[in-house]
Each structure stands twice: as structure tokens, then as C-alpha cells.
Design a protein around this ligand. Structure first.
Ligand code: DAT
Ligand code: MG
Length: 156
């Protein structure tokens, strides 16, 4: 079944200039299309809504500080089974457990600085897309990594 997922290069990885490299891995590793991409700094309200499921966890406040600390590269990708495919390509939450060839193996530094977010189920994907892309305008981006390069340059 074709579905959409929300993916985002997190602020620390964006700051390290890894956004384009991460998008290249998505482009090459997912048999899917990117249908929206933008750079923005999440507000506290957006971050708290995005991570609401973790609000009782001890790391919640640092998670919010991290996710609001600078620009993210937010994306919507669409394809068959894209939610699980993207999670597999991302790798484990803790990069020490991430498999070879995954984005987190290559780009994450620690569990709290793990480079990328990806929706974990159909319902969360739908909610996260509504939250981050309320404009809901989707059409295929021909070269996601070229578009990422342009967006990164524009904020440099
Ligand atoms: P994922 O991002 O793989 O979906 P998650 O939903 O369990 O992982 O957690 C959301 C984010 O919270 C995760 O990407 C990084 C942070 N996090 C999770 N567990 C943590 C921990 N034990 N210490 C610090 N940060 C943590
Ligand atoms: Mg999660």
C-alpha cells in the first residue's frame, strides 16, 4: 500500500552539514519519492506536540531543547511500505546498535543526537505530516538531494 511518512534531519546533523548526505542516502536507499521538503526551526509548541508521546520521559526537556535548537530539514516521502522502509534505512535509535549501511550508523553521534527522525506507524505519520506540513501541498521533487543542497545554501 502506498503511504506517506514524515522524515526530518535533526538540528545537530543539519548544523554538521550532513543534511545533503542524509538525503542522498534516502534517495538511493528508498524506492520512493520525496513529495515535499522545507527548512524551518521548530517552535517549542511544535516540538512538544511532535514528541508528546515522550512527555513523561526523563529526557523530554533535553529532547525539546535539541529539536528547537536550529533548522531541521523536514520532508514527506511517499511509496509502498515507506514508513517501515525508512525506519530500516534510518537504523536503531541508539547509534551504537545501528546496523552498517544505515543513516544513524553513518551520521548519528549518540542516542540524543541521532541525526534523523522518522514516523513509526501509519497513525503517527498522518499526525506528524499534518503538524509539520499543514499547507499539505505535495508533488514529486525530481532530485531531492539537489533540492536539499539549494535549501541548505539558502540558510548558510
Ligand atoms: P526514534 O527517534 O527512533 O523513533 P524514540 O521515538 O524512542 O526513537 O525517541 C525519540 C527521540 O528521543 C530519539 O530519537 C532520541 C530521544 N531519546 C530516546 N531515548 C532516549 C534516551 N534514553 N536518552 C536520551 N534521548 C533519548
Ligand atoms: Mg519515535
Amino acid at each position: 500500500m502506498s503511504q506517506k511518512t514524515f522524515l526530518a534531519v535533526k538540528p545537530e546533523a543539519f548544523k554538521r552539514n550532513d543534511a545533503v548526505g542524509i538525503v542522498k542516502m534516502l534517495e538511493e536507499g528508498l524506492d520512493a519519492k520525496c513529495v515535499s521538503m522545507k527548512v524551518y526551526t521548530p517552535s517549542k509548541e511544535l516540538a512538544e506536540a511532535h514528541y508528546a508521546v515522550h512527555s513523561e520521559r526523563p529526557f523530554f526537556s533535553e529532547l525539546i531543547v535539541s529539536f528547537t535548537s536550529g533548522p531541521v530539514l523536514g520532508m514527506v516521502w511517499e511509496g509502498e511500505g515507506i514508513i517501515d522502509k525508512a525506519r530500516t534505512l534510518m537504523g536503531a535509535t541508539n547509534p551504537e546498535e545501528a546496523a552498517e549501511g544505515t543513516i544513524r550508523k553513518n551520521f548519528a553521534k549518540s542516542i540524543g543526537d541521532n541525526a534523523i527522525h522518522g514516523s513509526d506507524a501509519a497513525e503517527t505519520a498522518e499526525n506528524e505530516i499534518k503538524l509539520h506540513f499543514p499547507e499539505a501541498e505535495f508533488s514529486e521533487i525530481a532530485s531531492p538531494s539537489a533540492k536539499a543542497e539549494d535549501l541548505v545554501k539558502a540558510v548558510a
